[in-house]
Design a protein around this ligand. Structure first.
Ligand code: FAI
Length: 192
């Protein structure tokens, strides 16, 4: 099954995976603790505004994961002291679903003192608190749903990324992982 991009959010860890039919030549790169999805050197040029963005960024005392430019305002709102629920809801609503051929939803999560997951679709805005590993994806699995996930908060974030990459959904491209421990954030990634 193809579900596009997805986040997994748990109380003390999270993951983000890029799956892509149309733009597979991409990778995660790290800059000062922020993880960015960017084209690989051999990628054909494109003018799609939705395929290069920060996918992991610290905010407040937590960390944000997500599939587009909304990651930045969510992190900035956390820095300003917004509760995670409000940071997610307000940034997702402000930017809304992507205006592409698929009305692609924006998905995001905050892992921190309180962890939340959210999605804005053409027909809904959903933001849920999280007390177990929960997945939400751009297509098909587009409502937050608990999943069995092999990693836990004790894992290395790069191994969490690898476990997300290895989940049995089609067209895996690259992935990121995060952990949270009482204000300490760690991040890692895996490029297939
Ligand atoms: N965030 C991403 O990495 C991303 N990759 C692709 N998209 C959007 O989703 C559309 C469909 O892409 P695909 O066929 O790879 O699932 C693309 O035309 C683009 O508008 C993205 N936007 C949201 O997920």
């Amino acid at each position: 099954m193809y579900i596009g991009r997805f986040v997994i959010v748990a109380p003390d860890f999270g993951a983000y995976r890029v799956s892509s039919r149309s733009f597979p030549n991409r990778q995660v790169v790290a800059r000062d603790g922020t993880l960015t999805v960017a084209p690989t050197p051999d990628a054909p040029e494109n003018d799609n505004p939705y395929v290069s963005y920060n996918c992991v960024r610290e905010g407040g005392d937590g960390v944000v994961v997500g599939n587009g430019s909304h990651v930045d305002p969510i992190a900035e709102k956390l820095d300003l002291g917004y509760p995670a629920r409000d940071a997610l809801a307000s940034a997702l609503l402000a930017l809304d679903y992507e205006k592409d051929d698929y009305d692609t939803p924006r998905v995001a999560g905050v892992v921190g003192e309180e962890s939340y997951v959210g999605i804005v679709r053409r027909d809904a805005l959903l933001v849920d608190s999280v007390d177990e590993a929960t997945l939400v994806a751009t297509y098909e699995e587009d409502a937050p749903t608990p999943i069995e996930f092999s990693s836990d908060a004790a894992a290395d974030p790069a191994d969490i990324a690898r476990d997300a990459y290895d989940l049995d959904y089609e067209h895996a491209v690259c992935a990121a992982g995060v952990t949270y421990d009482d204000g300490d954030v760690d991040v890692g990634f895996y490029n297939g």
